[in-house]
Design a protein around this ligand. Structure first.
Ligand SMILES: [Zn+2]
Length: 84
């Protein structure tokens, strides 16, 4: 249903896999393939803050200024994974 990953906030259409994968190999539409693979989070120990920091790093590696990257990631704590 959701249009962006409920862990990192990346738009699903930017995910080359089109979503994460469940333990049985089916698609998971809530989380992207970077966050969720084979039925488990790829970074199970992350907090919302860790995820924000991680994403700011990744985004700024693409040449985007950090303050813009922080804007992109400011809603991360409100996503399903963190608000439950
Ligand atoms: Zn994700």
């Amino acid at each position: 249903m959701s249009k962006s990953c409920q862990s990192c906030g990346m738009p699903m259409k930017k995910d080359p896999q089109g979503g994460g994968s469940n333990a049985d190999g089916s698609k998971n539409n809530e989380y992207c393939s970077l966050c969720y693979a084979s039925g488990a989070f790829t970074q199970p120990d992350f907090t919302a803050e860790d995820m924000q920091r991680f994403c700011v790093e990744k985004i700024s590696e693409c040449g985007i200024p950090r303050f813009v990257a922080r804007l992109f990631t400011r809603n991360i704590p409100k996503l399903h994974r963190w608000s439950a």
